[in-house]
Design a protein around this ligand. Structure first.
Ligand code: SF4
Length: 154
């Protein structure tokens, strides 16, 4: 669901690039494109070399575990359910005609939904897109509610 990971001072961009990460620049800032090639079978394969933003990111479920407000088993259960929701969105995107191209899910969804569809010529596609729209809305809701860290209070 994330599109980029911003590089921070001290991040070794050339080492990350050598490890296969897609490092890009915009102005004088660098970022790492997502989805991350280091993520394999739900594990970070460059854990010791991961960038600062990855080190600092504690999702809401991890925070709840640390505060003894949920258990690891419940968090893993929720992760599995959310992955199933993401897989459903991926499948619906393909059924709507957009093949997997390695781009972030959110980007593919937006690209697909921004192309016009004629409801007289392709009524089934209109139904599929409505299904996809609902599935993506539910996925975003669960990610925002259960995984994104709460905004910082000042
Ligand atoms: S934690 Fe690892 S797998 Fe995840 S985005 Fe960072 S480098 Fe990639």
């Amino acid at each position: 669901m994330f599109q980029i990971v911003k590089m921070q001072p001290g991040d070794r961009t050339s080492e990350l690039a050598r490890l296969g990460m897609r490092i890009r620049s915009k102005g004088d800032e660098f970022h790492m494109e997502q989805p991350c090639p280091a993520l394999k079978e739900r594990c970070c394969t460059i854990y010791a070399q991961r960038p600062t933003r990855c080190r600092l990111f504690h999702c809401q479920q991890l925070r709840l575990i640390e505060a003894d407000e949920t258990t690891e088993a419940s968090a893993l259960d929720l992760i599995r359910q959310t992955q199933a929701q993401a897989a459903q969105v991926r499948e619906l995107i393909e059924r709507c005609g957009l093949r997997e191209d390695g781009q972030p899910l959110i980007e593919r969804f937006e690209r697909l939904m921004s192309t016009p569809v004629d409801e007289n010529l392709e009524p089934e596609l209109v139904v599929l897109r409505a299904e996809l729209d609902g599935a993506m809305r539910r996925l975003r809701l669960v990610i925002n509610r259960e995984f994104r860290p709460p905004p910082l209070s000042h």
